[in-house]
Design a protein around this ligand. Structure first.
Ligand SMILES: [Mg+2]
Length: 227
């Protein structure tokens, strides 16, 4: 069996304005800060990690942030779930087609995302993709991305009887952090340059294979079979 673990933002979908707005709302509600996640490079980071980095930059102490982090996550998640219906999320080129094909070939699909699980699920449900992803590692599981990969693999073995070794696992994402998280867990890695990082940067991060877009289904399938 093959397990494929996909990042969400800028790998499967793009332009979730609602997620940005949810951060602004929660920064204001919980920490009384008018802050925006754009003041840091948030690509490839988990939601709790993004919150901490932004708030530290806004001058708040780490202890204080950590104390209110659970409340922050709840506010972030409720705002998102309530407002996602107004969001104009774009499913990236070829993604739907690829996912349907992978599922029809009996592969096990999962997510590796810094999004809280509730946000990840609501986002994908909004565009009709949620049902394909049976399990995952989420920003609500851990602060650091590499742990999300091991969490997802553990869930695959416990809940879906996944018996392959880590070379049967592929991590697919648009940032060097996705690639590194895969490498730390000795999985195969596929970089897709639909985010802010170039094919060169993804290759340099150690990606085993790099594509400009997931619309290149034949090449993607070819790589899975070449292992
Ligand atoms: Mg991403």
């Amino acid at each position: 069996m093959i397990l494929l673990l996909f990042d969400i933002d800028k790998t499967l979908i793009d332009r979730s304005e609602c997620h940005h707005r949810a951060f602004r709302h929660a920064f204001h509600e919980v920490f009384e800060k008018d802050a925006d996640i754009d003041i840091i490079n948030y690509h490839g980071k988990t939601d709790p990690q993004i919150a901490c980095e932004v708030l530290k930059k806004e001058g708040l102490a780490e202890n204080f942030i950590k104390k209110k982090l659970e409340e922050f996550k709840e506010v972030l998640s409720s705002y998102f779930i309530l407002n996602v219906k107004y969001d104009h999320i774009v499913v990236l080129d070829g993604v739907r087609d690829l996912i349907v094909e992978l599922e029809s070939q009996g592969m096990l699909l999962g997510l590796i995302t810094g999004n809280l699980e509730s946000i990840a699920r609501a986002k994908l449900k909004h565009v009709g993709l949620d049902k394909y992803f049976k399990l995952g590692g989420f920003g609500s599981d851990n602060y650091h991305r590499p742990y999300l990969v091991s969490t997802a693999i553990k869930r695959a073995s416990l809940e879906y009887d996944f018996r392959g070794n880590n070379s049967h696992v592929f991590v697919i994402g648009d940032t060097p952090w996705d690639i590194k998280a895969g490498m730390e867990n000795k999985t195969r890695t596929i970089g897709v340059s639909t985010g802010i990082y170039s094919p060169r940067e993804l290759k340099d991060a150690g990606a085993d294979f790099v594509l400009d877009s997931l619309k290149y289904k034949k090449e993607f399938m070819g790589f899975l079979k070449s292992r």
